[in-house]
Design a protein around this ligand. Structure first.
Ligand code: ATP
Ligand code: MG
Length: 440
């Protein structure tokens, strides 16, 4: 027997309905905000992630799935979605066709070699969005509103939007100097990784899972206090839009993000739900004004976010989110081998006409067939045996009303469609249009 790899999981049929519903809600909200889906490969050249996510970030230095292929190329299973989307945007020169802002979303598996635990996997699903072509804080607001709209559409309430700005290039340079200055006497007290980060990427220290929250970092200077006038104006304009749109947020001066490419706006959404456990950050995002140019494109700014869908699913557990139940319009009971060809032909015609239909493949007895009807939640059951074949009919039972009828075999499809089109019945008990007997 084989086992799944550590940090991976199967989605079994019992749970697939929830995933499909979640994906449907995301796609519907994406339409509202005028984002279009983009699908990029899971495999990319390793170089792409070193260049974009950053050599010294945890994701790239510790977590990527790298391998050399038979052509001796260095490949990486994508650990996040932005790099691939930006690569595709640049490679396909999508910017050259841009009429307005380009808005994309993606959904799919990401891979990180992490220590697996609840809400943290080695293969996990992200849904993310990227918007290119404007540095206006209106677009940052649009992106945040989009993420919040998804949570609202899913009826997830107990969440906080954490918002911060790490500033533009001038602010970042000022801040970096101040941070280095402040940390200098404390370097020896930081964790091993942070001692290296002090040399290579001091901003990363603020995101450290070991030192974060400790006294050294709590008292460290904050990026928000080092914003240039332009960066401050950008941030103020953004919060103005969020206020106007009635989107609640908390300014979180300690928020930086685990990837190198951010500029100005950074944000995360945390949920306060027991079902999530320690991994309660559902999504993270921000602005990246240099990434397109860094990956060989023109100077086009961008802003985006990524949701972790497993964490979203855990959040949904607390509100008893359910997928649509399995159901069939028609379950066909073929009785006797001699009726099987006709039966298969009938079934196929119904399906081609758009009915959800199935049949018993296992030659079960009647009890076994009715069990299948029940399990599949079929609305109509059609029985076709030797007598029906002889008479050119089929017996049909409406499982909702209990009504049984014999109809000409060729009318099976039309009959079911006509019944399905009838308006919803007003009496819950007996199904009639208006029913005095059942009225209380
Ligand atoms: P964390 O601090 O939890 O490691 P991160 O900063 O590495 O998160 P991002 O790279 O911003 O995460 O990815 C966006 C979202 O993807 C996260 O907010 C989280 O919901 C989800 N995510 C990240 N890593 C994992 C993982 N290994 N398993 C499941 N979900 C993940
Ligand atoms: Mg991480």
């Amino acid at each position: 027997m084989y086992h799944k790899m550590k940090g991976t999981y199967d989605v079994l049929p019992d749970d697939i309905g929830k995933w499909q519903k979640l994906e449907k809600v995301i796609k519907n909200v994406s339409r509202l905000f005028h984002y279009q889906e983009i699908r990029t490969p899971i495999l990319e050249h390793s170089e792409l992630f070193h260049r974009s996510v950053g050599e010294t970030t945890d994701i790239v230095s510790k977590e990527t799935y790298d391998f050399v292929d038979r052509g001796k190329r260095a490949n990486t299973l994508r650990p996040e979605g932005t790099a691939g989307v930006v690569r595709s945007y640049v490679e396909n020169k999508l910017y050259a066709q841009a009429i307005g802002v380009d808005k994309y979303y993606y959904m799919g598996p990401m891979f990180r070699y992490e220590r697996p635990q609840k809400g943290r996997y080695r293969q996990f699903q992200q849904f993310g969005a990227e918007a290119f072509g404007s540095n206006s804080p209106m677009l940052d607001a649009d992106v945040i509103a989009y993420a919040v709209a998804i949570l609202r559409a899913l009826k997830i309430k107990d969440v906080t939007v954490h918002l911060n700005s790490i500033g533009d290039d001038a602010s970042k340079a000022n801040y970096r100097a101040a941070l280095l200055d402040y940390l200098k006497p404390h370097v020896g007290d930081l964790c091993h990784d942070c001692q290296t980060r002090y040399q290579t990427n001091p901003l990363r220290i603020l995101d450290c899972k070991i030192d974060g929250g400790g006294p050294i970092l709590s008292n460290a200077p904050k990026p928000l206090d080092y914003l240039s006038d332009a960066a401050k104006a950008h941030f103020d304009e953004l919060t103005g839009y969020l206020d106007a749109m009635k989107i609640d947020y908390e300014i979180d001066k300690n928020l930086v993000r685990g990837l190198d490419y951010y500029t100005d706006t950074v944000f995360e959404v945390k949920a306060h739900l027991e079902t999530l456990g320690a991994q309660n950050t559902i999504l993270g995002g921000g602005r990246y004004n240099h990434l397109v140019a860094d990956l060989g494109g023109p100077d086009v700014p961008g802003v985006g976010f990524a949701f972790g869908l497993e964490r979203l699913m855990f959040a949904l557990e607390s509100i008893n989110f359910q997928g649509d139940p399995d159901y069939l319009h028609l379950y066909l009971m073929i009785l006797g081998d001699a009726q099987k060809q006709d039966g298969m032909a009938m079934l196929n015609r119904c399906r081609m006409g758009g009915l959800l239909a199935d049949v018993d493949f296992l030659d079960k007895n009647m009890k076994g067939k009715w069990k299948q009807v029940e399990a599949a939640g079929a609305r109509f059951v059609a029985i076709y045996g030797a007598n029906e074949k002889e008479a050119g009919t089929v017996n049909i039972k409406d499982q909702q009303s209990g009504e049984e009828k014999t109809i000409p075999k060729h009318q099976l499809y039309n009959h079911i469609v006509a019944e399905l089109m009838k308006p919803a019945d007003s009496c819950d008990s007996c199904g009639a249009d208006s029913c005095e007997d059942c009225e209380e």
